[in-house]
Write a protein that binds this ligand. Structure first.
Ligand code: ATP
Ligand code: MG
Length: 316
C-alpha cells in the first residue's frame, strides 16, 4: 500500500468553556487536545488504516506526549517526531464568540517545531513515502517551509504524488518567500483541496469551472472544493460531482477541512472511484464538526459508514 507523509506543527489546543468574554474572566478550560492541522490530517488517514507518517518536532513535555501517544494509537508512524529536551511544544487557546466564530491565542512562535531541520531519520522517512501532503501554513515558516519544499521535490522526482491544502490565512500571506513556494507547489500538485474562496486565489477566473479548468491545464488531476456547511464538489477533466452536506449539529468546526482531506486522500491513494472518495470525505468533514476538540472528530471507517447509513435511513 502507498504511504503518505506530512510535515508540520504539532500542538495542543485548550478550549474556553464559556462564550462571549471568554478568556477575559477566570473559567474552566478544557484540554489539552492534540492538534495542529498536519497532525489532524494525518490522524484521519491513520484512523482509516492508510499507512502514513508525520515529520515534526515537540518538546520533552506532556503536550508533546499527548500528541505522540494519540497519533501512534491511531496508526500513524511517529518515528519522524523529534523530541527536543529544553524546548516546548506549541499551544493554542481558543474561545468562541457569541456569534459562533473563534478567537485564538497562539503560543507557537518559539515552539520546538520552529527549529525543525532535516535529520538522517527524517530523510529516511521521506524516502520511505510515496505521497506528500502539503499545507500552506507550513510554507510560511522559514525552516519548515524549506524542508517541505525539499521533500516535495524528492517525492515527486521518484514518481510519487502530492496533495495541497492551501489553508491560507490573512496573517501568513506576507511571509517572505511564501508566494514563490506556493507557485512551485501548485506545479507539483496532483490533488488540490482548496476552500471555495481559496480556489480563486490560485486561478482568478470568472467562474468556478473556468478556475478549475485553468488548474487542470497546469497538471492537477483532481480538485476538491470544500464548502463548509454547504458540502463539497469534485472536479476532474470532464467530470464534476457535488456532495450535498450531511445534516449534523455543529459543536466545533476546527479540523473539518483536515478530516475531509485525510479521508479523501485515504480513498484516493487506494484508487477508489471519485464518487466514493468524495462521499466518505464529506461524511468525515461532517462528523468532525460534531465533536469538541480538533482531532477528536477524526473518524474510523465504521463511524463513517454508521453516519452515512443513518442519513440514508432518514432520507427514506
Ligand atoms: P478548516 O476551517 O478546518 O480549515 P476548511 O475550510 O478547509 O476547514 P470546511 O469547508 O470548513 O473546510 O469543511 C470541510 C468539509 O467538511 C466540507 O466541505 C463539508 O464536506 C464538511 N463540513 C464542514 N462543516 C460542515 C457542517 N457544518 N455540516 C456538514 N458538513 C460539513
Ligand atoms: Mg472551514
Amino acid at each position: 500500500m502507498r504511504k503518505a507523509l506530512t510535515i508540520g506543527e504539532v500542538l495542543v489546543e485548550i478550549v474556553a468553556t464559556t462564550k462571549g468574554d471568554g478568556f477575559l474572566r477566570a473559567q474552566p478550560l478544557i484540554g489539552p487536545f492534540p492538534s495542529g492541522a498536519p497532525a489532524i490530517f494525518i490522524d484521519q488517514l491513520g484512523r482509516l488504516g492508510t499507512p502514513c507518517a508525520i515529520v515534526s518536532r515537540v518538546g520533552d513535555d506532556d503536550f508533546g506526549r499527548v500528541n505522540i501517544d494519540r497519533l501512534r494509537a491511531d496508526g500513524v508512524d511517529v518515528s519522524g517526531i523529534e523530541i527536543a529536551p529544553g524546548e516546548s511544544t506549541g499551544s493554542a487557546f481558543v474561545r468562541y464568540r457569541d456569534d459562533g466564530s473563534r478567537a485564538f491565542v497562539y503560543n507557537i512562535r518559539h515552539s520546538a517545531c520552529g527549529n525543525l531541520r532535516p535529520t538522517a531519520a527524517s530523510e529516511a522517512l521521506i524516502d520511505s513515502c510515496d505521497h506528500l501532503h502539503v499545507m500552506g501554513t507550513a510554507l510560511s515558516a522559514p525552516g519548515l517551509g524549506q524542508m517541505v519544499m525539499e521533500a516535495a521535490r524528492r517525492i515527486k522526482a521518484r514518481g510519487g504524488t502530492l496533495s495541497f491544502d492551501p489553508n491560507l490565512r490573512a496573517e501568513i500571506m506576507d511571509a517572505p518567500g511564501l508566494r514563490e513556494a506556493i507557485a512551485e507547489v501548485v506545479e507539483m500538485t496532483d490533488l488540490f483541496l482548496p476552500s471555495g474562496e481559496e480556489l480563486f486565489l490560485f486561478a482568478p477566473a470568472g467562474d468556478e469551472q473556468a478556475a478549475v479548468d485553468a488548474l487542470l491545464d497546469r497538471g492537477m488531476t483532481t480538485i476538491v472544493v470544500k464548502r463548509g456547511a454547504q458540502g463539497a464538489s469534485l472536479f476532474e477533466r470532464g467530470l464534476r460531482l457535488d456532495a450535498a452536506p450531511i445534516a449534523v449539529t455543529e459543536i466545533d468546526p476546527t479540523g473539518a477541512g483536515d478530516c475531509f482531506g485525510g479521508a479523501f486522500l485515504s480513498f484516493w491513494l487506494a484508487g477508489a472511484a471519485p464518487r466514493q472518495a468524495l462521499r466518505y470525505a464529506n461524511a468525515a468533514g461532517a462528523r468532525a464538526v460534531t465533536q469538541l476538540g480538533p482531532m477528536e472528530g477524526a473518524s474510523t471507517r465504521e463511524e463513517l459508514d454508521a453516519l452515512m447509513g443513518d442519513m440514508e435511513r432518514i432520507a427514506q
